[in-house]
Design a protein around this ligand. Structure first.
Ligand SMILES: Cc1cc2nc3c(=O)[nH]c(=O)nc-3n(C[C@H](O)[C@H](O)[C@H](O)COP(=O)(O)OP(=O)(O)OC[C@H]3O[C@@H](n4cnc5c(N)ncnc54)[C@H](O)[C@@H]3O)c2cc1C
Length: 349
């Protein structure tokens, strides 16, 4: 049986779930087709938490989007009766004095009206004694920012969409045939879902669906995050003493989150890992990345140097060449839209 919708959204990660919800709110009949379930463990939107921050250096468009998005996330969580899906931990940025990112961020914050505090090196040290910074670093604190509880947040969006009448379809969509218009998508088990317009929000799977168009445009990389056990009863590593921390003081790109929703102290390095296949790639943490994370932990949080590892997650970034997103109409199929290339920062938006 083939059903017809105004819009068919393929992929119920963060981007697809929000797209389906927004289309439904505008009165469209919408199907949301997903292979494994909203916010599932292998998706880029899976896992426990994602940072939501406003600071983007001079890239003002992302600051503006993050501001709008945080308000939307919070509204949705209130409606869903789950306000805890946003944790207002505050976000601390640190970098060596004169770093362009800090100056650019402050200029944009002043223009956009983002509340923040600028901390001199001495203030950073005094306020966050649990962190051993790399020499003299200055800081920016975003007191209103924090973390979203990732896979649960996506499920909340999908649930809201379903409640408003978005039809959830389970199945893996085959790469669409070529042509000027797409009439339907077909799943691996033979179901056809027809529509007037199609949005493919398939995250790191987009190159598999559109190999000619995106095979070279989105590079999928393996990313590992680690959860360590903070010392019992030690409040320095938990909220409110410990905010989300993003470090720009060396090329490792270390970041840390206080324990949230029963998880451990999260630590990861924001640099691109090796190429990764989201279907076949193994999800065990590698000894090399764990050693690198442990080294960062030892340097920056010496009191946690030997903290037991509680768990690890292996996820993937879908990177574009410059980190900007891919959002647009397919160049050949006029009723097909593509949205992805989150490049390691797409959740919050
Ligand atoms: C370790 C890590 C840390 C990150 N940290 C942050 C952060 O702190 N802040 C931030 O803003 N961003 C962060 N990101 C990036 C952010 O999580 C992603 O940009 C975002 O989740 C991408 O969402 P998406 O909906 O595009 O993709 P996905 O969540 O991967 O969703 C795509 C969906 O499409 C489905 N799908 C794929 N192919 C098909 C098909 N053929 N048929 C049907 N369904 C299909 C998949 O099953 C999947 O559910 C991080 C990412 C990782 C991996």
């Amino acid at each position: 049986m083939r059903k017809t919708y105004d819009c068919v959204v393929v992929g119920a990660g963060c981007w697809g779930a929000w797209t389906a919800l927004r289309l439904r709110e505008r009165g469209r009949r919408v199907a949301l087709v997903e292979a494994w379930g909203a916010g599932h463990a292998r998706s880029s939107s899976g896992g426990a938490s994602r940072i939501i921050r406003m600071g983007y250096g001079a890239d003002e468009i992302y600051t503006r989007w993050a501001m709008r998005s945080l308000a939307d996330w919070q509204r949705l969580f209130e409606q869903a009766g789950q306000p805890e899906l946003f944790q207002r931990t505050g976000v601390l940025w640190t970098a060596r004095a004169g770093h362009a990112h800090i100056a650019g961020t402050r200029a944009v914050f002043d223009r956009a009206g983002v509340s923040y505090q600028a901390l001199a090196a001495e203030e950073v040290r005094q306020r966050y004694p649990q962190i051993r910074f790399a020499g003299e670093v200055t800081g920016i604190v975003e007191p209103e920012s924090g973390a979203l509880l990732a896979s649960r947040a996506v499920r909340a969006v999908a649930a809201e969409a379903a409640q408003l009448g978005v039809e959830a379809v389970t199945g893996r969509v085959l790469p669409p045939e070529r042509g000027e218009r797409l009439e339907w998508v077909e799943t691996e088990n033979g179901d056809k879902v027809a529509g007037g317009a199609f949005v493919f929000a398939c995250g790191p799977w987009l190159p598999k669906l559109f190999p000619r168009l995106l095979g070279d445009g989105i590079e999928v990389t393996r990313q590992e995050v680690f959860y360590f056990a903070a010392p019992a009863g030690d409040l320095r590593f938990a909220q409110p003493a410990m905010p989300v921390w993003i470090d720009f003081s060396d090329e490792r790109g270390g970041y840390a989150l206080p324990p949230l929703a029963g998880k451990g102290f999260k630590l990861a390095l924001d640099r691109h890992g090796p190429r990764f296949d989201p279907d076949a790639g193994g999800r065990e943490a590698s000894a090399g990345e764990l050693a690198a994370a442990r080294a960062f932990l030892r340097e920056r949080f010496p009191e946690m140097a030997e903290a037991p590892l509680l768990e690890a997650e292996v996820c993937q970034y879908g990177n574009t060449a410059n980190g900007d997103f891919v959002i647009g109409r397919h160049p050949e199929m006029e009723n097909v839209w593509i949205a992805g290339g989150g490049s390691g920062h797409g959740f919050k938006h």
